[in-house]
Design a protein around this ligand. Sequence first.
Ligand code: ADP
Length: 276
Amino acid sequence: MGAFTDASRVYLLDSLTLVKLGGSVITHKDSSPPTTNTEAISRVVRELKVRRGKLIVVLGGGAYGHQPAHQYGFGDPNTSKERLLAGIPSIRHNMALLSLEVDKAMQDEGIPGVVFSPFSSSQLHNGSIVAFPTGLIQTALEAGLIVITHGDVCFDDTTGASILSGDTILVYLAKELSAKSIYVGTDVDGVFEGDPKENHAARLVPVINRSNRRRVLLGVGSSRAEDVTGGMAKKVGELMKLEDNRPEIAVFNLCVPGRLESLLSGKPVVCTRITF
Ligand code: ADP
């Protein structure tokens, strides 16, 4: 993009925010066939309107991802390559529907969102990213667009196909594009000492830092058997990889109206902050 100088790219890197919309919030996780939580999507998109600077929104798959992934044996090391490959169309179809719904909600609010689907450009090796081009994403951000991307199924040169989770994409993009702030929205207030849905007495951990992180990680589990992307344990593990980048990180409850807006406006919010 000839119109952009190196200086404008530095500005981009300085001002980039990444927001994860948890699948547990934007879909009805127990619905079969999967359905979106249209009310939550509209509200969340309205809260995004206070954003300043560049923004990438990463969607978790929730019911749209987990159901077909489970059905085709993703997450089970004994599943054949043929079966995993056969699952690609259903997962792709579902993620396209979900991302279009968020895209539509953005258009309705006058937010210039555009969807980038990882399947079309990414390559995995045993579940890890070997290629995820970000050049066009940067160009879109520089053009003033809001980038929407999402957990997806991708070709994998060892297994045939693997699930690339929204949480992994979030951290990958945060590193590649030197994000300033990362807000991870889910259906609980943050990271607790134990799963708050199993243990109602579990306390919220306000800050995860060097001194408590090993202890906190021991109390963090996945969400449920059907979740092939690892739940809260995977989320925190992935976020820890940002140690060298040191962005602002908050895990927060996206089901509570106003919390995303407060985070984006720099106001205090109930959440878990991760510092290094
Ligand atoms: P999302 O779909 O929003 O990305 P997940 O379902 O993958 O979220 O993970 C969030 C879930 O992780 C919570 O609903 C909670 O039940 C579970 N969980 C397990 N251990 C913890 C913990 N220590 N603190 C918070 N949540 C936890």
